[in-house]
Write a protein that binds this ligand. Structure first.
Ligand SMILES: Cc1cc2nc3c(=O)[nH]c(=O)nc-3n(C[C@H](O)[C@H](O)[C@H](O)COP(=O)(O)O)c2cc1C
Length: 193
């Protein structure tokens, strides 16, 4: 098994080749530039994804009882110490599909805060947030950043993380070369051991 640093890109847009995906891809190129491994999971590939039903089962054994495509995300989260989330803004927040992934991380929250379990092997863990929206509001990414902060905390990743936000991006065509370069540079910096 490779001992390279592993970075996971978590994509929260239902649009497969949209702006947040392209930004994430550029970030991933930067990760690879730095000699790390980059893989992705996307809600756009998850056709069967449900929200948390607040049944409380994870409070008992730390596992979610819902059997669906969230299994892909749970498996991916186990294998990495660096996670970059890339999300568009929908109605000032994360798209419902991405929010479902966050809400289902309640299983991790329950393991940590109800069952008192410690996740091993997360020394040096770090998160990063990429955000994209069509408008230019100064508070545009605040809701997403707060949700992601507590998502990382549930995973036992640090609550403090760097981010890169792109405003006035309605379609991928609006992304400039400089913006893509900045995403790649951020990925390279993020993947430094
Ligand atoms: C349902 C929906 C709601 C949206 N709400 C907002 C919004 O509140 N603020 C904003 O700036 N952009 C909003 N947008 C625009 C998207 O954030 C923007 O087009 C983004 O680039 C889409 O990224 P994607 O191609 O990765 O999905 C919305 C788009 C959709 C489809």
């Amino acid at each position: 098994m490779s001992d390279k640093l592993k970075v996971l890109g978590v994509h929260f847009s239902p649009r497969r080749q949209g702006s947040s995906w392209i930004i994430l891809e550029e970030f991933g190129k930067g990760v690879v530039d730095s000699g790390a491994e980059f893989s992705t999971v996307s809600v756009a590939e998850a056709n069967n994804l449900h929200g948390c039903q607040e049944c409380g089962s994870c409070n008992v054994d730390g596992n979610c009882v819902i059997e669906d495509d969230m299994a892909i995300f749970y498996k991916a989260f186990e294998a990495v110490t660096r996670i970059v989330v890339s999300t568009p803004v929908f109605f000032y927040d994360i798209p419902a599909q991405g929010k479902a992934v966050i809400d289902r991380s309640q299983a991790y929250w329950a393991r940590r805060y109800v069952l008192g379990r410690h996740r091993e092997g997360l020394e040096g863990a770090q998160g990063f947030l990429l955000g994209v929206g069509a408008t230019r509001g100064k508070d545009l990414f605040i809701p997403a950043a707060l949700s992601v902060k507590y998502f990382f905390d549930a995973l036992a990743f640090p609550k403090n993380f760097e981010s890169l936000f792109f405003r006035k991006i309605e379609t991928p065509k609006a992304l400039t070369k400089e913006q893509l370069q900045s995403a790649r540079a951020a990925g390279a910096a993020f993947a430094k051991p």
